[in-house]
Design a protein around this ligand. Structure first.
Ligand SMILES: C[S@@+](CC[C@H](N)C(=O)[O-])C[C@H]1O[C@@H](n2cnc3c(N)ncnc32)[C@H](O)[C@@H]1O
Length: 215
């Protein structure tokens, strides 16, 4: 019923989160989205944006994917349904409210191939010992990426965790340009044997950075 009514007008349910502010689950044009006050987090334009990045990555070479910033899990849906990716995924989010929303509203929960972890991505990467063939970095609080995710200590740990022929997909900004901060990360990645591609104005808004290890 909600699906049909949503073609006439959007239907929204609000859930407060200490970490992300007021979260909105909105039925719009027959599809459920997860939004914050100012940004689409999952299953709307964000899903299209990450799909554009994934189209440039060879998923046949991937056995282990790490998602930093699971949100409502729309990139998991894209990987499994649009790209038929059936191997392992580890998905991490700091916000337990978001993890509950992913489960209750979008049917995203632990399966033999999907491990969901509630943790701070910064601390997780500091302690991580595992290698991944693709790391998706999609860490926002509303429209902002916390500064620590532009810092060298975080990127050192990312580089360490990428397998020999692995890739990184970084959702590097929403409306504002983060050119200077991004240039530092790109230089760091080049120094550590990665080729990079920066794509601007994806879906008219975001900047994506794709990096491939050539080690
Ligand atoms: C844009 S949403 C992710 C959307 C998701 N990738 C998808 O495909 O639906 C950004 C997420 O980053 C998470 N986040 C922000 N800071 C974080 C941190 N320090 N550690 C882990 N997750 C964090 C937020 O809780 C939010 O769920």
């Amino acid at each position: 019923m909600k699906r049909w009514l949503s073609y006439i007008y959007p239907i929204t349910k609000k859930i407060p989160s200490a970490y992300n502010g007021m979260l909105e689950i909105t039925w719009y044009n027959g599809k459920k989205h997860l939004n914050t006050k100012n940004a689409n987090y999952s299953y709307g334009s964000l899903q299209k944006i990450l799909k554009t990045g994934l189209q440039r990555i060879d998923l046949n070479q991937c056995g282990q994917v790490l998602i930093l910033g699971m949100g409502g899990g729309s990139v998991i849906e894209t990987l499994q349904q649009d790209f038929n990716y059936q191997n392992c995924i580890t998905a991490l989010d700091i916000d337990p409210v978001i993890i509950d929303i992913a489960k209750d509203e979008f049917n995203i929960s632990n399966t033999p191939n999907l491990t969901i972890i509630c943790a701070d991505a910064l601390k997780f990467m500091h302690q991580n010992q595992q290698l991944f063939d693709l790391i998706i970095v999609d860490l926002f609080v509303d429209t902002n990426i916390p500064d620590s995710f532009f810092g060298v200590p975080f990127w050192k740990n990312i580089v360490k965790a990428v397998s020999k022929k692995g890739s990184i997909l970084f959702n590097a900004s929403l409306y504002k340009t983060e050119d200077k901060k991004l240039a530092k990360i790109i230089a760091f990645l080049h120094k550590h044997g990665f080729q990079t591609e920066k794509i601007e104005k994806v879906n008219n808004t975001n900047t994506l950075l794709i990096a491939k290890a050539t080690r």
